[in-house]
Design a protein around this ligand. Structure first.
Ligand SMILES: Cc1ncc(COP(=O)(O)O)c(C=O)c1O
Length: 391
């Protein structure tokens, strides 16, 4: 046991030396503006993009579900844990996404690791974008299907991989619509064309698009009218919708297959009523405030243009997620520390979350940030980057 403890200590020291150690820090509150040690910080690391986590209507809806159905559901969806609120949320999500059916999972991560292995056998192929989220890669590995990666957002490379596939082999293509660390958009139309040509199923992870893109926040698939080409539109309730949970929008038949095969649904307790109530409240709020996503994208575009003009590398960002790519791990950490002293909270994102040599600050703009906040933040970012020798 002592030898294992020593090995762990050495491993942690190694991570520290390489600027790769991760730590859990406590913050006194959530939101786009938070108070830390009596100072107000602009938080650019929250995925609560629309500020719904603390929205009074969303919280009231959560509280009312808590009071009506209690603190926990007591069982998985397939046993006795499917309460009226769970079914209502499935139905409301289907309408929001423009699909015949939807199914809520415990989280976005659990949705991905439930859906993908449920659809694949060992001899099938799964072809995943090279920058896809860890949950998609873990799901692919868990499925034991043959895993291929295509170059990020490269439909031509995807086509070339599929060109080598024996025709009898079934295939699932997986991408995100808005990429979590780069904020760029997948060329969904081109990918859907490739999928159609090779008779492959297409799954799109809309974790960062749901609530923001598309009519009523239905996502990028919906905005581009690609529902008939994307068999599986996965999403999460934990980002723009402000609380927690994951879901898939799909056909009624596919929903039934998942109910029968998705292990993370079958063998896990369904979400507590308060969480379901918050999601229902968020969907209701989106319905009555249909321009929130457009407002966020507009503010983000102005902020990004300002940073880009000052010389920051913002990659292909076209959303509320704006990377400031620095490269070196230690330099990125120092930049984040300096910013925090000046009222800007961002977390340095380092490998393996992003490819080696592309450490960055991942800024997410939220509706808690006013246009004036963003102006002020841009000034500080530029000044501190110059002082750190990044610009
Ligand atoms: C692209 C993507 N998919 C899935 C997830 C997992 O979602 P959740 O946080 O709801 O588990 C995330 C979360 O960061 C994500 O960025």
């Amino acid at each position: 046991m002592a030898a294992r403890e020593d090995a762990w200590i050495a491993e942690l020291q190694q991570l520290r030396d390489r600027g790769l150690e991760r730590q859990i820090r406590q913050y006194p509150e959530a939101g786009g503006k938070i108070r830390v040690d009596d100072r107000l910080l602009l938080n650019f690391s929250s995925n609560d993009y629309l500020g719904l986590a603390r929205n009074p209507d969303v919280m009231a809806s959560s509280e009312s579900a808590l009071r009506r159905w209690g603190a926990g559901s007591g069982a998985s969806r397939l046993v006795t844990g499917s309460l009226p609120c769970h079914d209502e949320l499935d139905q409301r999500l289907a309408v929001c996404k423009g699909y015949p059916a939807a199914l809520v999972f415990g989280s976005g991560f659990l949705a991905n690791v439930g859906i993908i292995p449920a659809l694949l056998e060992r001899t099938d192929w799964i072809v995943v974008d090279r920058l896809a989220h860890a949950s998609l890669i873990d799901a692919a590995i868990l499925s034991r299907a043959v895993l291929h990666r295509f170059q990020h957002n490269d439909a031509v490379h995807l086509d070339a991989i599929l060109g080598k596939k024996p025709s009898a082999v079934k295939c699932l293509i997986v991408t995100e619509s808005v990429f979590s660390m780069d904020g760029d958009l997948a060329p969904l139309k081109a990918i859907a064309d490739v999928a159609q040509r090779h008779e492959a199923l297409l799954m799109v992870d809309e974790a960062h698009a749901t609530g923001i893109f598309g009519p009523g926040g239905g996502g990028l698939v919906r905005e581009l009218n690609l529902e008939s080409c994307v068999a599986i539109a996965m999403g999460t309730l934990s980002k723009a919708l402000g609380s927690y949970g994951g879901f898939v929008a799909c056909s009624e038949t596919l929903r039934s297959i998942l109910v029968n095969r998705a292990r993370s649904l079958i063998f896990s307790t369904s979400l507590p009523p308060a969480v379901i109530g918050a999601a229902l409240g968020a969907l209701q709020y989106l319905e009555t405030h249909p321009s929130l996503g457009a407002m966020l994208l507009d503010r983000s575009a102005r902020f990004r243009a300002r940073l880009h003009a000052a010389g920051f590398q913002t990659g292909g960002s076209a959303s509320q997620i704006i990377p400031l790519i620095v490269g070196d791990n230690h330099k990125t950490l120092r930049f984040a520390q300096r910013l925090q002293k000046h009222g800007i909270l961002t977390v340095a994102i380092r490998p393996p979350t992003v490819p080696p040599g592309t450490a960055r600050l991942r800024l997410s703009v939220t509706l808690d940030h006013s246009p004036e906040d963003l102006e002020q933040a841009a000034d500080i970012l530029v000044r501190d980057a110059r002082d750190e020798g990044i610009l």
